[in-house]
Every structure is written in C-alpha cells, then in structure tokens.
Write a protein that binds this ligand. Structure first.
Ligand code: NAD
Length: 331
C-alpha cells in the first residue's frame, strides 16, 4: 500500500482535489491518501501556512499531489509553492503541453515539454531595499542547478525518443548569469550528440512559440522564463485549465496543475479539474502505474472527443463535478 500526501490548497483547490480524488479512488489501486489543508486555508484553521503535520507526511510519503495555493501580491508571506520546491529540492519542473482532442485553438498537434529550473533565479526571493525609491532583486544562477536541470532535459529527450532540446535565455543582456546557464547547456549538449540542440533568446522564443509551436520539442530554461513560457504554452493547447506539472527532485516529487487558485471562480463548482487530473496521471506513472495513468488519459480523450461534457473555460457548461462524473462513467 503506497500513501500519497494530498494538499487541497486554496481557491478552487478543494473543488478540483475532490474531483480528482474521486477518480483516483475509482481505480481501486493499493493507494491511500493523507489529505491536508496548506496555504491560506491552513493558516485560517491553525495559524500556519504549512502545518508541521504536512511536512511530516511529505517526509514519510515522498510523493505529493498538490492543488494551487494562493500567494499575496506585492506584500505578505513568501510563496508556499516556492518554499516547498526549495525545501524539498525539487529542481526539475516539467510542464508538458500536448494538444487535446476537439479543443479549439489556433494550432493542433502541439507537443512541447518545458523543463523549468525550480530552485533559484529571481525566485530566491532576495530583494534589497536600497531606499524608498530603489529596490534590487537578486537573480541567482549556479552551475550546479543549471547543469542538473539541463541534464534532466537531455535525459528525458533520450528516454522519450525526442529529437531536440532548445535552451531559452537572455544571455545577450544578462551575460554572466544567463551566460553561465547557456555555457552549461552548450557543454552538456556535446554529451548528447544524438539530440539536436539549439538556443534562443527568450523574446525570440516567445514570438516563435506563437508563430510556429511545431518547431519546438523539449525546452529548458531558468526559473522565471519557465514560469512565463509555460503559461504561454498552456494558451496554445486550451488555457491554464489543462496544463499539468511535475516538480521532481532526487528524493521527493510534487505533482500539481500549472494554474493558480483562481479566486475569481472559487466556490462555484465550475473550475476545470483537468490540469490536476493530468498531474495525477503524471504521478501514477512516477509511482509505477503507467497503465492506470493511460486509462485516465484515454477516458479524458473520450470525454473531450464526444464534445458533450466540458467546463466553461473550454467553451462548455459542465460543472467540475459533472466533468469528473463523465470521466468516472468512461472508466
Ligand atoms: P490563476 O492561474 O489562478 O488564474 C488565471 C486565470 O485562469 C483566471 O481567470 C482563472 O479563473 C483561470 N483558471 C485558472 N485555473 C483554472 C481552471 N482550473 N479552470 C478554469 N479556469 C481556470 O492565476 P492568478 O489569478 O494570477 O493567481 C491566483 C493565485 O494563485 C495567486 O495567489 C497566485 O500566486 C497563485 N498561484 C499559485 C500557483 C501554484 O499553487 N502552483 C500557480 C500560479 C499561481
């Protein structure tokens, strides 16, 4: 029996978590789930954003399914998401954007996997207030963190039969920091002669992604560009409601949706649970249940193909619960 730590999160988090857990329970696998609040909900209940019981559970189980957690903008506490990624050294943030059946977007057959460095860059949260009118933010790039995410991207490309890895950077301006990331990429690429490698400046990469996404395969980049470009790739396949994400380290893994807590639609039972559901499939593969993950992705494809049940963000009228019911009916 394997136990998974589940964090219900904020905003739409509890609604989409419930939908996904219903589907996972229906697989009747030898899995149990330890479900916790984390973030604003936990703070309201017990005065802590990440209660000690959550850390104890993560340390014991090492695999987490996590719903989005709210971070106050421009003030307040540091992102719980970033804290978890740094504390558990989840250095590889993998965000696969695959086109889904019958979802109307400008492009079909998009198939891009972004590898986002997950522990440093501007996300160290170090901001130095020089005066009331001047603030400096630290962008930290290290050889260690750059090399391991770049190797992870090339290893993934080899393992999955992919043909190209694109490095995204701004080394024309940030010559030392992004320059270090780029030089690590160029060195490591030589060890993978079977995989084509290229590098692009981030502004050019954005333009090319929306003009011709098919020219991209696996992409690797520092933290901030990965955050921005993965929201962009979600837009290529139907929006934030459909893009899953895995945060992987050597000892721990957290699976989540790319999207946030969507406070604008929270509590309305209209959020799309698909991104978290696809993240749970990623999790099932990670813990050794690839066939069961495929059962769920086949059910998702079938429900979308039929064009009857889809949530509002995908042009439908189904509630979160009705979408989960449709997946359950297929299973
Ligand atoms: P968001 O992703 O929550 O929402 C952006 C837009 O997409 C909104 O219009 C929202 O309604 C829509 N949307 C998002 N997910 C959806 C879904 N599953 N179904 C249907 N529509 C969906 O981004 P935001 O509003 O910028 O951020 C809200 C909060 O989430 C912030 O506090 C932010 O810090 C946090 N956040 C958390 C994570 C995480 O936990 N990993 C990631 C991103 C943002």
């Amino acid at each position: 029996m394997k136990t998974i730590t589940v964090l219900r999160g904020d905003g739409i988090g509890p609604e989409i978590t419930e939908a996904v857990l219903r589907i996972l329970h229906a697989l009747k696998l030898p899995l149990t789930f330890e479900v916790f609040d984390a973030g604003m909900n936990a703070f309201a209940n017990c005065g802590e954003l990440i209660p000690q019981a959550v850390h104890d559970s993560i340390k014991k189980n090492r695999v987490v399914l996590k719903a989005p957690i709210t971070t106050p903008i421009g003030k307040g506490f540091r992102s719980v998401n970033v804290q978890l990624r740094q504390r558990y050294d989840l250095y590889a943030n993998i965000r696969p954007a695959h086109s889904l059946p019958k979802i109307k977007t400008p492009f079909c057959d998009v198939d891009i996997v972004i590898f986002r460095e997950n522990t440093e860059d501007l996300y160290t949260g170090e901001e130095i207030v020089i005066s009331d009118d001047e603030v400096h933010a630290i962008k930290k790039i290290t050889r260690h963190a750059s090399e391991r995410i770049i190797r992870a991207a090339f290893d993934y490309a080899c393992a999955k039969g992919r043909h190209k890895v694109t490095c995204v950077h701004k080394a024309n301006i940030l010559k030392k920091s992004d320059g270090l990331f780029l030089s690590c990429f160029q060195e490591i690429a030589q060890a993978y002669p079977m995989i084509e490698s290229e590098d692009l400046i981030v502004d050019n990469a954005c333009m090319q992604l929306v003009m011709d996404p098919h020219r991209f395969d696996v992409m690797v980049m520092p933290n901030l560009y990965g955050d921005l470009l993965s929201d962009l790739t979600s837009g290529l396949i139907g929006g934030l409601g459909v893009l899953p994400s895995a945060n992987i380290g050597n000892d721990y893994a957290i699976f989540e949706a790319v999207h946030g807590s969507a406070p604008d639609i929270a509590g309305q039972n209209c959020a799309n649970p698909l991104a978290l559901l696809l993240a749970s499939c990623f999790m099932l593969e990670h813990i050794g249940y690839p066939k069961e993950a495929k059962r769920i992705t086949d059910a998702i494809d079938k429900v979308l193909q039929e064009e009857k049940v889809r949530t509002k963000d995908l042009g439908g009228t189904a509630t979160t619960t009705q979408f989960a019911d449709a997946i359950l009916a297929c299973l």
